[in-house]
Write a protein that binds this ligand. Structure first.
Ligand code: URA
Length: 187
């Protein structure tokens, strides 16, 4: 028998994220709303971005802006739909002007991400971009490990936002998405 899941479940975690207030960290104080993860609670794959952008901040959902549109296309390339996977971010509140989240802000949200992953227990985690990758594999470089299986459970991809205006990166990202699809097809 596996370990017991953290109390409260994903719905409890979501409520906590939505109600999050008063911590004093800049993104949490300046964001319009926090953005919980969403998708299939029994997903085999969890996609982890960096932090919400403007559209996500407005709508309270992860990856629903332009980077999200590209993520949807990548999912399709891997034979997946949003309803098959779980999509979340390291930091759940938009940093002002989309600046990179600072180390203390990442540390502030890390226990939440860890509980989220613990509740879903996915077969694979897909960190999107170097910031998300840093948390899971601090020594790994996205340019070297993208599209490969790292430590048996990580399958890093370039961040879709980085590929939006870079045709070479974009085609690499689509190749990597197909490789993820092939990995998932393995028993
Ligand atoms: N970029 C991210 O890293 N996360 C989002 O939710 C949207 C854009």
């Amino acid at each position: 028998m596996g370990r017991p899941a953290p109390a409260g479940g994903l719905a409890g975690l979501r409520d906590e994220i939505v109600a999050h207030a008063g911590c004093g960290y800049e993104p949490c104080e300046t964001a319009t709303r926090t953005v919980p993860g969403e998708g299939n609670p029994e997903a085999a794959v969890v996609f982890v971005g960096e932090a919400p952008g403007a559209t996500e901040d407005e709508l309270g959902r992860p990856f629903v802006g332009r980077a999200g549109k590209l993520l949807d296309e990548l999912l399709a390339e891997a034979g997946l739909q949003r309803s098959d996977v779980w999509i979340t971010n390291v930091v759940k509140a938009r940093p002002p002007k989309n600046r990179d989240p600072k180390a203390p802000e990442i540390a502030h949200w890390m226990p939440v991400l860890e509980r989220e992953i613990e509740l879903i227990r996915p077969r694979f985690i897909v960190p999107l971009g170097r910031h998300a990758l840093k948390h899971f594999a601090p020594a790994a470089k996205i340019g070297e490990v993208h599209g490969t299986l790292v430590n048996g459970r990580l399958f890093p991809l370039y961040h879709p936002a980085a590929a939006m205006y870079n045709q070479t990166l974009k085609s690499t990202l689509f190749d990597d998405a197909r490789a993820l699809g092939a990995l998932l097809a393995q028993p």
